[in-house]
Design a protein around this ligand. Structure first.
Ligand SMILES: Cc1ncc(COP(=O)(O)OP(=O)(O)O)c(N)n1
Ligand SMILES: Cc1ncsc1CCOP(=O)(O)O
Ligand SMILES: [Mg+2]
Length: 540
């Protein structure tokens, strides 16, 4: 009997053994914590506390932070420092919350809840910065993300100039990351002009001297570039992060969203660079999906953080059965390869699951229908008993006849919408997509996931264009659905695919690197361990 397969990875474990940790701060010992009300099994919920201002228009500040955290799966509590009267035209008024009441809010949240990460936005006075630092010394947290909000995108002042000194001298030395845009970076450095990427690097290095562990200087406001380039600096090395500049008026709240997304990812256990990559990809995706939305009459509109919740009629009810984490290691069979190695489909599937495959697709291009159905019936039993979903490539008739968990179709197969009509809402439907437009169509048609590739050249599928990382990234950013990468993926390159930091890229689908090998189980086990390591590496 094969041993039971390892369960699909928990992709967001809370504080894995080697979780992101800041040596300067630790959680207080459990004894200093209030007693828990119940001894029931605890559900992990990464927790971000945002200390920021309210935006009555709902696009930035506290409102953006809560939506970003919700979209990324983190809980968000909030300490409100100021209430602004604000809309898409600008800031019409600011009402500061009394400092002692800010202290009270901080105390209420931090004394009761297990906050993982604190993220700061609008800190309008020097006194508020001091109170926050005092609270953080009293209630240490795992990480501190400081977005040095000073001026709104409409040009209105959100912070008294006297806070600059407290930011630099007190808060920055406690921060894990500081995320100024070029205007803020310039202000922090006494007004020096930042006109080039090289200036941004110099600014990041200078700000790092104030004490944060990492600095991200955001170049979204730099003129005349089709790219949004940010500079990440860890005190030794610079990383240039390139993103597409999305043409839209709906950019209000991008800074708050980026910082709170970094905080959410840190709370989930990411390393800093990975958290920044995921956050940047998330903002780019949200802007892309919101580019034509119209809210308000002013020059700068809000965008939709929760774009993935928008379900066209075909998607309603379609994803109930499907856990996107099961795409982690997707084994796709191939009859020619199995023949070459003299093994049955059933043995190939058993071995892949034993090695750690988290989902299986029968892709049997040469099989006769009757022979295919017999093998599919056997594989359904094998997969069911091991808790691994089984999908059928192309053949809806076979999937219906063997009661498989779903079907995978491509652009020249019967459409996902028709497959949904035939299979009903409870089954899994995957669609191959090479472009953002196809990804949009797959979502509208009620698919559950996208297979995107060939990422690398492959000989398994003839005449299949290679998309590279750029093509994969474009599809992932445009897709509201989870994505699995396919094409030429093997033990050597799988880690680099996962390291792209694409939030909805859930795993890799592999044919030859598992099945065109002598021992399917060993190859699958090896690949699974590489993926798990790559994942742990940026979740550590
Ligand atoms: C997970 C996954 N992604 C993509 C494909 C390719 O499907 P398709 O484009 O229909 O090509 P064929 O596999 O039918 O040749 C896939 N099978 N699985
Ligand atoms: C089915 C398919 N679709 C896009 S590439 C591909 C083949 C993947 O096979 P391999 O993992 O052997 O490159
Ligand atoms: Mg097909």
């Amino acid at each position: 009997m094969p041993s039971a397969p390892a369960p699909p990875p928990v992709l967001h474990p809370r504080f894995p053994a080697s979780s992101f940790s800041c040596p300067r701060r630790t959680h207080p010992s459990p004894r200093t914590r209030p007693r828990r009300l119940s001894a029931a099994r605890e559900m992990p919920w990464p927790h971000v506390l945002t200390v920021a201002g309210s935006d009555s228009g709902g696009g930035a500040g506290i409102q953006a932070d809560i939506k970003a955290c919700a979209a990324l799966g983190a809980y968000c509590s909030s300490v409100i420092t100021a209430v602004t009267a604000q809309n898409t035209a600008g800031v019409q008024g600011v009402h500061l919350v009394p400092e002692e009441f800010i202290r009270q809010q901080l105390n209420s949240v931090l004394s009761d809840m297990s906050v993982d990460v604190v993220k700061t936005g609008m800190l309008p006075s020097a006194g508020i910065v001091q109170i926050l630092c005092e609270s953080l010394r009293k209630f240490p947290v795992k990480a501190l993300v400081v977005d040095p909000v000073m001026v709104s995108t409409s040009g209105d002042a959100l912070s008294d100039p006297s806070t600059l000194t407290n930011y630099r001298d007190e808060l920055f030395s406690m921060a894990d990351i500081v995320t100024p845009n070029v205007k803020e970076a310039s202000k922090l450095l006494g007004g020096i002009p930042l006109l080039t990427v090289s200036d941004m690097r110099d600014a990041a290095a200078s700000i790092h001297k104030f004490g944060p562990r990492y600095v991200l200087v955001k170049g979204g406001d730099m003129p005349d570039s089709s790219e949004a380039i940010d500079i990440f600096f860890d005190g030794k090395e610079f990383v240039e992060l390139h993103g597409h500049r999305i043409k839209t008026r709906n950019t209000h709240g991008t800074g708050c969203t980026l910082a709170s997304s970094i905080a959410a990812e840190l709370a989930k256990g990411s390393t800093m660079l990975h958290a920044v990559r995921v956050a940047k990809n998330f903002v780019e995706s949200a802007l892309h999906h919101s580019k034509d939305l119209v809210i308000g009459n002013g020059p700068q509109g809000p965008f939709d953080h929760l774009f993935r919740l928008k379900c066209p009629p075909y998607n309603i009810g379609s994803q109930q059965m499907f856990n996107p984490d099961s795409l982690f290691l997707y084994a796709v069979t191939d009859s020619r390869m199995n023949k070459r190695w003299d093994r049955s489909i059933e043995d190939a599937v058993k071995a892949a699951i034993e090695g750690g495959a988290t989902i299986v697709q029968l892709r049997e291009k040469d099989a006769e229908s009757r022979e295919f159905l017999e093998a599919a019936n056997a594989c359904v039993e094998i997969c069911k008993s091991r808790g691994v979903p089984l999908l059928i490539n192309d053949r809806v008739d076979i999937a219906l006849a063997c009661n498989a968990d779903g079907v995978h179709v491509g652009q020249s197969d019967i459409s996902a919408r028709e497959v949904r009509e035939l299979l009903g809402p409870g089954k899994i439907i995957g669609v191959s997509c090479k472009t953002p437009a196809q990804a949009e169509q797959a979502w509208n048609d009620g698919a559950d996931y996208i297979g995107c590739g060939g990422v690398f050249p492959t000989t398994t599928k003839a005449n299949n264009p290679t998309l590279g990382f750029e093509g994969l990234k474009a599809v992932c950013l445009a897709s509201k659905l989870p994505v699995v990468a396919i094409g030429g993926i093997n033990a050597t390159n799988a880690g680099s695919v996962m390291e792209l930091g694409l939030l909805n890229l859930k795993g890799v689908a592999v044919v030859s690197a598992l099945f065109d090998r002598e021992c399917v189980m060993t190859e699958t086990r090896g690949l699974r361990s590489i993926l798990t390591d790559a994942f742990a590496c940026f979740r550590s």
